[in-house]
Design a protein around this ligand. Structure first.
Ligand code: AMP
Ligand code: MG
Length: 274
C-alpha cells in the first residue's frame, strides 16, 4: 500500500517520509488504473448505503495547498451523492466556541449508511489552536484523549473511521502558492494568511506528529499520504479506502440478500398478488 498506516500510539516522525514518494509507480499506468478503482469505491459506498448497518467517516487533514479539495473532488466525487456528504470545518463561530470543541463535530458525524468526508476536522483543535496558542496548553493537551474517546465511541456505533494526512513538502507548497498568483483561474484561492502559516512550518510539523502519534488506533487509523504528486496521492487514497472497505463487502451483501428474501416473503403473503 502506498499510504503509511499508523494504527497504534507511537512517536511518529513526519519528517522521515518523503512527500514526493510515488512508490515507483508510473504516472500513465496509475492514471489509467484510477477510474476502475473509483468505480469499485462507488460500488462499495452504495453497498454501505443500502445495507445501512455501518457509517463511513473520512477525515482529511493537511497544510494549506496540500490538496484536500482536489482529493475530495476525485474521491468523494466518485461516490453516489445519495448517501455522501462533505463537511468543511472553518474558524468556529461564536456559538461553536461557546461549546466544547467536539460539539460541532459530533453533529456532523455520519448516520448509518452515510459516508461523510470531513474537510479539516476536530484535529484543527490540536493543530491550528496549538500552533497559534488559541487555547492554553492545559486545554489542548487534554484534547488528544478526548479525541480518542470520541472516535472510540463512533467506532462502537459501527463507524468505519479513516483519517488521511496529506503530506507535502515546503517547496511544493511554495510552487502551489505561486501558481495561484500566476494563474487567473486559481487566483480566487489566494489567501495571504497561507504565506504567514508557512512561517510556522516546523511548529505545524510537530503538531501533526503529535496528532498522528497520539491519536492512532486500529479502529481509527491514520494514513499518511505522500502528496507532492497529485496523481500518486489520488491512487494512494483510493487504494487505502478500498483496502479498508472491501472486508465489509461480504457482510453488506449478506444483509442485503437477507432483506431481499424477507421482502419477497412479505410479498408472497399479499392476497392482491395471488
Ligand atoms: P480553509 O480550509 O482554507 O477554508 O480555511 C479554514 C480555516 O479555518 C483554516 O485556516 C483553519 O485552520 C481554520 N479552522 C478550522 N477549524 C478551526 C478551529 N477549530 N479553530 C481555529 N481555526 C480553525
Ligand atoms: Mg486555505
Amino acid at each position: 500500500m502506498l499510504a503509511k498506516k499508523i494504527d497504534k500510539p507511537t512517536h511518529f516522525s513526519l519528517r522521515k517520509l518523503d512527500p514526493s514518494d510515488d512508490g515507483g509507480l508510473s504516472r500513465e499506468k496509475s492514471e489509467a488504473k484510477l477510474p476502475e478503482m473509483l468505480t469499485r469505491l462507488g460500488e462499495l459506498q452504495e453497498l454501505l448505503y443500502a445495507a445501512g448497518t455501518h457509517s463511513l467517516l473520512v477525515v482529511l487533514q493537511g497544510r494549506d495547498t496540500a490538496g484536500k479539495d482536489g482529493t475530495l473532488k476525485a474521491i468523494a466525487g466518485a461516490m453516489n451523492p445519495v448517501g455522501t456528504r462533505v463537511t468543511s470545518f472553518k474558524i468556529p463561530t461564536a456559538t461553536e466556541l461557546s461549546h466544547d470543541f467536539l460539539w460541532r463535530v459530533h453533529q456532523q458525524a455520519p448516520a448509518h449508511g452515510e459516508a461523510v468526508f470531513f474537510n479539516r476536522s476536530h484535529y484543527e483543535d490540536v493543530l491550528v489552536v496549538r500552533v497559534h496558542q488559541l487555547a492554553p496548553k492545559e486545554i489542548w493537551e487534554k484534547r488528544y484523549e478526548h479525541i480518542n474517546n470520541f472516535e472510540s465511541n463512533l467506532s462502537d456505533s459501527n463507524t468505519i473511521i479513516v483519517k488521511f494526512c496529506l503530506h507535502i513538502s515546503k517547496e511544493e507548497q511554495k510552487q502551489r502558492l505561486l501558481e495561484r498568483e500566476q494563474d487567473p483561474k486559481k487566483a480566487w484561492k489566494l489567501n495571504p494568511s497561507d504565506w504567514k502559516e508557512r512561517e510556522l512550518w516546523d511548529q505545524y510539523t510537530e503538531a501533526y506528529e503529535d496528532a498522528i502519534g497520539k491519536c492512532a488506533s486500529e479502529k481509527a487509523p491514520w494514513l499518511v499520504i505522500c502528496a507532492d504528486k497529485k496523481w500518486a496521492r489520488n491512487i494512494a487514497v483510493a487504494e487505502a479506502l478500498l483496502s479498508i472497505l472491501e472486508p465489509y463487502e461480504k457482510t453488506w451483501r449478506a444483509s442485503l440478500d437477507a432483506l431481499g428474501e424477507k421482502q419477497k416473503a412479505a410479498l408472497a403473503t399479499l392476497s392482491e398478488r395471488r
